[in-house]
Design a protein around this ligand. Sequence first.
Ligand code: C5P
Length: 316
Amino acid sequence: MKMKILLLFSILTIPAIVVFYSSSWISSVYQESFAPRVNESLCACQKCMMEYEPWFSALMKASPEPFLTPENNVSLEDFKWYQSIQSDRRSFSVYNTTVNKLFQIIPHSNDFTKPGPDRCTTCAVVGNSGNLKGSHYGPLIDFHDIVIRINQGPTKGYERHVGNKTTHRVMFPVSATNLDNSTHLVLFAFKIRDLEWLIKTFTQRKDAESGLKANKNLVMILNPAFMKYVHLNWLGRKGQYPSTGFLTLIFSLYMCDEVSLFGFGADKKGIWNHYFEAVQLSLWRKTGNHPGSVEASMIRELHMRKKIYLYKGMYR
Ligand code: C5P
């Protein structure tokens, strides 16, 4: 009798355990990796992102998957947060239908390799701060395996200070720029309409004038649940929602073994100015809806704890 009960218990529980663990590689990779371990090689770099550090590891372990896939769509609770940052009142089911439609058009892969003893991925995350002007960081930025640029952030004419390699470009519809065939389009969809924009972009006629040039096989979409996680866990809910640059920095911590940060830092008046244009009147709101000073102190903390290297450029 005992044997039968044991057999029945195993039949019922083993598949559930298997499904639970295979559903999220964040839990399988990070929750284990961010535990204290000794004498083990975590990556092939000199210093690895995955090295245990209590403050950092606790933050990283709480993360959902950074990128959307059809399998890891958001919960109703995450969706409620997502709705709170947009004026669109459409329902959770409209959101889900839109995401499903999107994944019929673009491939599902989130295209980043998991950390391991043979991997050393170095990343440059390049913000748009005026501190890059005159910095001569160009060759140093290009030396990284992955170079992530944000919004318009141009390279042409600024190569000496910002470099010219772009492997990933983060954007949302208003800041969209054409990409070459080998650059990843990383969409930050701050509203349902932004997802609809991507569908339109890849379904309209190729010769349409308004069409964006980008390789649809290299699209990555930031998970709204990840945006919420960054807002709550990293920024203590300060500001309306995190800036594009800060979200980019935090997802790079998952993608890279070493992260160098360039082009982050407000000017003397606390304004997020750009290296490629004079301060516009609209920027007099300083750092917009975003908690600029909280983000800056988190960036300093990451630098101090040697998890990233912050290049301050011309603002020292
Ligand atoms: O202005 P924009 O959003 O295009 O810049 C990209 C990111 O670079 C911002 O979201 C912000 O995180 C960062 N930035 C900064 N200091 C500036 C300008 C931008 O830290 N002066």
